[in-house]
Design a protein around this ligand. Structure first.
Ligand code: C2G
Length: 138
């Protein structure tokens, strides 16, 4: 069984996340997702809308995901790869080159990001909508 791993925050799940997970899963037979813990996100200066437990529940419902493990530290990736017998490490290409240090353990693949969508954009659009509703007295 060819096992694949990827990591991320996966907050406010959108098509960019799904397309990444789909392509990653198609590179093997089993996909493990290292899901950023709330504390780890704080270290990435990211505040997810949903808690780790909520994001894990949603991610485990995605057909392409076979297992979700917590991502607590940048340095855990080599150990994860060894412990889970990972053959392919996949990330979006906004991370291009950032994880080449695990190339001695497994294949490292950076996939093109899905254009036109991001959690940051979604949050910004929601704020605009909310503000316009308030102005209209809704
Ligand atoms: N992604 C994508 N297209 C988008 C948005 C995101 O392909 N429009 C990909 C990212 O490249 C990443 C994955 O979806 O591979 C998850 O994205 P985030 O939840 O934003 O994860 P990130 O904060 O980049 O955390 O140790 C690695 C980090 O945990 C990655």
């Amino acid at each position: 069984m060819k096992k694949v791993i990827t990591y991320g925050t996966y907050d406010l799940l959108h098509r960019g996340h799904i397309m990444l997970l789909k392509r990653a899963r198609e590179m093997g037979d089993y996909l493990v997702v290292g899901l950023s813990s709330d504390a780890f996100n704080a270290g990435k200066n990211k505040k997810a809308f949903y808690s780790y437990e909520e994001r894990k529940l949603v991610l485990e419902a995605v057909r392409y995901v076979d297992e979700v493990i917590p991502e607590h530290r940048w340095e855990q990736k080599e150990n994860d790869i060894r412990e889970h017998g990972i053959e392919v490490f996949v990330m979006g290409d906004d991370w291009h080159g950032k994880f080449d240090h695990v190339k001695h353990l497994c294949q490292v693949v950076y996939l093109p990001r899905t254009e036109g969508v991001s959690t940051t954009q979604i949050k910004a659009q929601l704020r605009v909508t909310e503000n316009s509703n308030v102005e209209c007295g809704e």
